[in-house]
Structures are given as structure tokens and as C-alpha cells.
Design a protein around this ligand. Structure first.
Ligand code: ATP
Ligand code: MG
Length: 481
């Protein structure tokens, strides 16, 4: 008997049908990948399972017994634990407090809490102080803390919604070790990811959704990656080839920066140059964009200090942050307003905001980024994760910067849309922008960057020039070379 059986599950949001009768079967000890393009319905299906959303129709059984969950704690009581795509940690609480959020009470012994947290973090080889506030951690570290929290809850079904989106190869390896361990204890894992090589590495079974419907479910051993892509997007996706757009002329700038845990470094950006920043969680790499943007530490641009984000923006720099939930978007507002927030002065005639021009500008970006659905009035909080990310990028690009800082630009973006974003980035480079991309996805850097700077222990230890082999970058990043 399967551990979980979902049959004909339907779910609508208003008039929009997000799930159109989906079947999903999960066996004990199985690692089951759930894949599909942005907006396919992956998160929604798993939210139905974990009690966040209620299904409209269909049936669901756990160990043969019919179930319907009305809350997250209801589902949790049945051993279902989910790590959400949008981080759900409380930023102002410490790591330890977040890990045991459900157990917090005025009577809690904080020393005991920290001790338990430390044991858990050690277990997953995570070098993070349990007493540290979560807001001081990088996205990758936060992701690992959430996963640790889920593991601590000892479920029978563990749902990981894009757990590695901000993790580099090394942390991903560690996560796989953990998954294999819980799998041996009979725990079933649902693994949502846009990184197909991970699916082929860790999963036994893969189920593909498209437009809210089931395309098929196959044993990983029986298919090739190309076939899965074909099932996902209904067409072949071209591979990313690196094309250099570096132009002659004076550099767009020389940047010097340093911060706690980040030694003094210098990066010179040529016009049209794309520089990739690589490094594991904790290498300092992920902090560089924020430091350059004046958010922390010290930075200067051609010898003139960057005091604040306001200062950075004034000089023509924009940051696409990795944490779209807290820094990038106004979730309650429509796509259109989010896209034009940064350029209000350009869309207003004589100081009065022109609705028509705002709409036009928004439509332009919606088309360039292939936003789904292509509706300027759609509330951003109701878009799928990958489509929200496209809005974050669009918003930054709309302000026509000189220097673009991208922090995990394709976090959660599907294969097809990723190619579209890369095209946008390359076309900006050919307009002479200097672009810095910090990414945990080394393959992405190989495709995009003219030069890759590898960070280790707070400084650049290696500089690699395109064309470069992916394996070579991974070896430098993980310290194998
Ligand atoms: N609360 C909501 N209100 C309205 N529409 C929603 C809501 N949640 C999801 N949707 C819509 O349902 C569809 C499926 O979304 P879902 O988040 O399940 O996609 P996904 O497969 O997880 O995509 P991604 O890879 O981008 O995370 C999308 O079109 C999304 O806009
Ligand atoms: Mg999702």
C-alpha cells in the first residue's frame, strides 16, 4: 500500500484552476521528484498535502486512510512536514528559536534550546551559531536552517520545495547525505527542483506537471534528462553558450570592498562585462552584492565611498536581491506597480503618474520576461515563485542602471524562463552595463560570465576566464583544487 495517494486533486484560486485533477502516489522510503515549469502547480499540490491549502475536489489517503487537512498542524500530526519555497523563518528570532518554533513558550529554557539546536546543526555539519539572529544569515544558510528544522520534526513525509535554490554544490551534497539517511529510516521525500541533475542524482521517481495537470510519472532509471525536459516544456531547450559582450573603452568602475568576514577585495568591471562570483555558503561570496550596494561593510566605487543604497542607486547601481520576499517586492500590489516602483519619474508626465504609460512600461517588461500569466494587474503574492523572481529582475532593469548586481538571479526560475532571463542579461551587457552575478549555481556562471571569481574564506582565491569547464569551477569552489 502506498504511503500517500492523491487522486484527481483539483484546486482553483478564483476563476483560475491551478490543479486540474492531479494524481500523485508516494511510497515509503521513496525520493520522489516533482518537476514542471513555473506556475505548473507543484507548490500548490504540496500545499494541499501539507495543510496550507484546501483542495476543492479529489481524494487523498495516508497509509490507506482518507484524510483532509484543515491546517499545517493537522497535517503535521499525520507526519507531513514541508519546507516552503519562500523562507518561513522569523528573521528577528535566533536560529535556535526558529528551529523549535513550535515548542516556544515563556517557560522555555533557552540554554536547553540552544544545546538542542547545536546538536542538530552539528548533525548536518552546519557551522552556524544557534544564538545568531536569522536575519544575519545568508539565504543559503537560512535554507539549511529550515531544512534542519524540518528534519528535527521527524515526519514520515518530508516535502522540500526547492531546497537547493541558494545552495552550492557542497551544501547540496550534504543535503543529499541527509536525505539518504532519512530515506533509510523509511521517510518518504518529495523533492521539488528546477535543477534536473539533482533530480537524476537523488530521486527514484519523477512526476511532471504542466499547467496544473499531470503529464506523467516515471522511474528515474527509465528516462533521460532530455525526455523529462520535453515532458515539462513540450519542446527542447537550447543549452546556454557563452558569448562575450565586452566593449572597448574605460571601465565602468573599480570597486573596493571589505566587511566582517570579508577581506579587502577589488573588482574592476569593463563595459559589457559579466563577472561571476562563486563560492560555498560561508565563503563571503553571497555578501558581496550587499556590501557593494552600501547595505553593510565598506565599499568604494572609483575611490569614492558608497555610503548607502541611496548613494549606490544615485550613482547608477541596482541590486537584484536574492531574498525577494523581504527586499524585492511589495507582495500585496499588482505586477504593474511593482515593475514601475523604481521608475516612477519616467512613467509620469509633469509629475503626475500616467496610468497609461505605467501600463505600457509594465507590458513591455512582462513580455520581455515572459511572465505567466501576462497580466499587469495580477497581485504579485499570487504569482508562482519563479514568476515572482522575474518581477524582481524586471523591476531592477526598468531603472536603467550602469552597474547591475544580481544575487541568485534565477533562484526558483524554470529552465525555459531561465534562458529568457539570460538573454535579457546578455542584451543588457551589450548595451555597455557592467554586471556582477553572485550565484550558487556554477553552471549558470559558466554560461553567463566572462570571468569567474572564486571566493574562499572571505577572499578571491582564483580567477577563471571564459571559456571555462563547469567541473573546473566546481573543483575550485569546493576546494578540491
Ligand atoms: N494564493 C494564490 N492566489 C491566486 N493564484 C495562485 C495562488 N497560489 C498560486 N496561484 C497560481 O497557481 C499557479 C500554480 O502556482 P504554484 O505556486 O503551484 O506553481 P509552481 O509549480 O510551484 O511554480 P514555481 O516553479 O514558479 O514555484 C500559478 O499560476 C499561480 O499564479
Ligand atoms: Mg513553487
Amino acid at each position: 500500500m502506498p504511503l500517500l495517494e492523491m487522486r484527481g486533486v483539483t484546486k482553483s484560486f478564483g476563476s483560475f484552476q491551478a490543479l486540474k485533477g492531479v494524481d500523485f502516489t508516494l511510497k515509503e522510503g521513496q525520493v520522489h521528484a516533482l518537476v514542471g515549469e513555473n506556475g505548473a502547480g507543484k507548490s500548490t499540490l504540496m500545499k494541499v498535502l501539507s495543510g496550507v491549502e484546501r483542495r476543492d475536489g479529489g481524494s487523498m489517503t495516508v497509509s490507506g486512510r482518507p484524510v483532509a487537512f484543515s491546517s499545517v498542524s493537522d497535517a503535521r500530526a499525520h507526519g507531513i512536514v514541508m519546507v516552503y519555497q519562500e523562507l518561513a523563518l522569523v528573521p528577528s528570532l535566533t536560529v535556535a528559536e526558529n528551529l523549535f518554533l513550535g515548542d516556544l513558550s515563556p517557560l522555555i529554557n533557552h540554554r536547553d534550546l540552544r544545546r538542542r539546536a547545536a546538536a542538530l546543526l552539528r548533525d548536518i555539519e552546519l557551522d552556524i551559531d544557534p544564538a545568531m539572529e536569522v536575519e544575519r544569515l545568508s539565504i543559503g544558510e537560512q535554507q539549511l536552517v529550515e531544512i534542519a528544522g524540518a528534519l528535527a520534526r521527524e515526519g514520515r513525509i518530508l516535502v522540500l520545495d526547492e531546497p537547493t535554490a541558494a545552495l552550492s554544490a557542497l551544501e547540496t551534497e550534504r543535503l543529499f547525505g541527509l536525505i539518504e539517511r532519512v530515506q533509510r529510516d523509511g521517510v518518504a521525500v518529495v523533492y521539488i527542483s528546477h535543477r534536473l541533475e539533482e533530480v537524476f542524482h537523488i530521486a527514484d521517481q519523477v512526476t511532471v506537471l504542466r499547467d496544473g495537470a499531470l503529464v506523467g510519472s516515471v522511474a528515474v532509471a527509465d528516462v533521460a534528462p532530455d525526455q523529462v525536459v520535453q515532458m515539462m516544456v513540450g519542446r527542447a531547450v537550447r543549452a546556454q553558450d557563452h558569448v562575450s559582450r565586452i566593449a572597448a573603452g574605460p571601465p565602468v568602475g573599480t570597486f573596493r570592498f571589505r566587511a566582517d568576514g570579508l577581506e579587502a577585495n577589488e573588482i574592476r568591471l569593463a563595459p559589457g562585462e559579466v563577472v561571476g562570483l562563486a563560492g560555498v555558503v560561508g565563503s563571503g561570496r553571497s555578501r558581496v552584492p550587499a556590501v557593494l550596494f552600501g547595505l553593510e561593510g565598506e565599499a568604494d566605487w572609483d575611490g569614492k565611498p558608497i555610503w548607502s543604497p541611496h548613494d549606490a542607486i544615485g550613482r547608477g547601481m541596482v541590486l537584484v536581491p536574492s531574498d525577494r520576499k523581504t527586499q524585492g517586492l511589495v507582495l500585496g500590489l499588482p505586477v504593474q506597480h511593482n515593475l514601475t516602483l523604481a521608475v516612477l519619474k519616467d512613467v509620469s508626465d509633469t509629475g503626475v503618474l500616467s496610468r497609461r504609460r505605467e501600463r505600457q512600461e509594465a507590458r513591455n517588461w512582462i513580455e520581455r520576461l515572459s511572465l505567466r500569466p501576462p497580466d499587469p494587474m495580477k497581485i504579485v503574492g499570487e504569482l508562482s515563485g519563479g514568476n515572482q523572481q522575474k518581477v524582481v529582475v524586471g523591476k531592477a532593469l526598468a531603472s536603467q542602471p550602469k552597474v547591475l548586481l544580481l544575487d541568485e538571479p534565477t533562484r526558483g526560475v524554470d529552465i525555459g524562463a531561465r534562458a529568457e532571463l539570460y538573454d535579457v542579461i546578455q542584451s543588457l551587457a551589450s548595451q555597455g552595463l557592467g554586471i556582477l552575478v553572485s550565484s550558487s549555481d556554477t553552471e549558470e556562471l559558466v554560461g553567463l560570465a566572462d570571468r569567474i571569481l572564486v571566493f574562499r574564506e572571505g577572499r578571491v582565491t582564483t580567477e577563471l576566464h571564459a571559456p571555462v569547464q563547469h567541473e573546473e569551477v566546481v573543483a575550485h569552489v569546493t576546494g578540491a583544487q
